[in-house]
Design a protein around this ligand. Structure first.
Ligand SMILES: NC(=O)c1ccc[n+]([C@@H]2O[C@H](COP(=O)([O-])OP(=O)(O)OC[C@H]3O[C@@H](n4cnc5c(N)ncnc54)[C@H](OP(=O)(O)O)[C@@H]3O)[C@@H](O)[C@H]2O)c1
Length: 267
């Protein structure tokens, strides 16, 4: 079944809408006529986005400044969403850390688990009963190619994205015939903004320009895939190559190769 038709009361929810892929998803949904609830911490950026999208497309955009890694703050949003008519949920907010986990801040690692995994689970469970009752809905979950294999020096991120990848694809199987579409977005590198030469990471330096894909392209492809109820969308040739390589190479071989690359990211 295609994506729900926009209505005045229905809202598409996009988490992590203050920048990058989430901002692009919100922009693409607004261009397709969907009114929105956008969620992140930087409300100034989202207020500016809301004004721009309302002016351009005539949609309603509600801003929710929520730290999704904070259970108490998250619960207020969950309670609201469970009561609202949520037509589409883009579970997109996420953070990553690099380097040996013993040297990282345990509190930030825990916050990463809360944001990348537990909040995705909570938000999905909050909106799912309404979608099933209405017989239509769409849930896009932003996982990652990093969730396909072990990634030493990126352990929390890879593990949380493995959760997101598996949760999305399992849920889709459960919801067959309900009218609720579920698609996993599992990208490789997406260039969300042009980095200044002094800010370039090793990934920016090593991946040639023609391999990079934009947030805008990723958003459009993802929403088309959600409308078609595709299981997984992997934009770009590099992401596709990573996914295929991970699928066929034993994990014991992948782990040290990928780990040595990510060690350089950890500084
Ligand atoms: N870019 C890539 O190469 C790539 C590849 C694979 C997967 N992904 C995934 O794509 C998603 C979006 O990433 P991006 O590249 O677009 O990065 P980004 O520009 O840094 O966006 C991350 C978004 O998450 C929000 N966020 C972070 N911490 C939050 C918190 N505690 N509570 C609520 N919102 C929070 C940020 O907003 P605030 O800071 O305003 O809260 C921001 O809007 C992530 O899940 C990421 O893992 C990205």
């Amino acid at each position: 079944m295609a994506l729900p038709t926009p209505t005045p009361e229905a809202r598409a929810v996009v988490t992590g809408a203050s920048s990058g892929i989430g901002e692009a998803l919100a922009t693409e949904l607004a261009a397709r006529g969907h009114s929105l609830i956008v969620v992140a911490r930087r409300t100034d950026l989202m207020e500016a986005l809301a004004a721009k999208l309302t002016a351009a497309h005539g949609v309603q955009v509600e801003v929710r400044g929520v730290d999704l890694s904070d259970r108490a703050a998250r619960q207020i949003l969950l309670d609201e969403l469970a009561e609202r008519h949520i037509s589409i949920l883009c579970n997109n907010a996420g953070i990553a850390t690099f380097g040996p986990i013993a040297q990282l801040d345990p509190a930030y690692e825990r916050a990463q688990v809360e944001l990348n995994a537990v909040a995705v689970h909570d938000l999905t469970l909050a909106v799912l009963p309404g979608m099933i009752a209405r017989g239509i809905g769409g849930i896009l979950i932003t996982g990652s190619a990093a969730g396909n294999s072990p990634v030493p020096n990126n352990a929390t991120y890879a593990a949380t994205k493995a959760f997101a990848n598996t949760f999305a694809e399992s849920l889709r199987g459960e919801l067959r015939g309900t009218g609720v579409n579920v698609t996993l977005l599992a990208p490789g590198p997406v260039r969300t903004e042009d980095p200044k030469p002094e800010d370039m990471s090793i990934v920016d330096k090593m991946v040639p320009d023609f391999f990079w894909i934009s947030s805008e392209y990723t958003a459009k492809l993802s929403l088309d895939a959600l409308g078609a109820n595709k299981m997984r969308v992997v934009p770009g040739i590099l992401g596709k190559t990573m996914s295929v390589a991970n699928g066929y190479t034993p994990r014991a071989i992948v782990a040290p190769i990928v780990g040595s690359f990510y060690k350089k990211l950890g500084g």
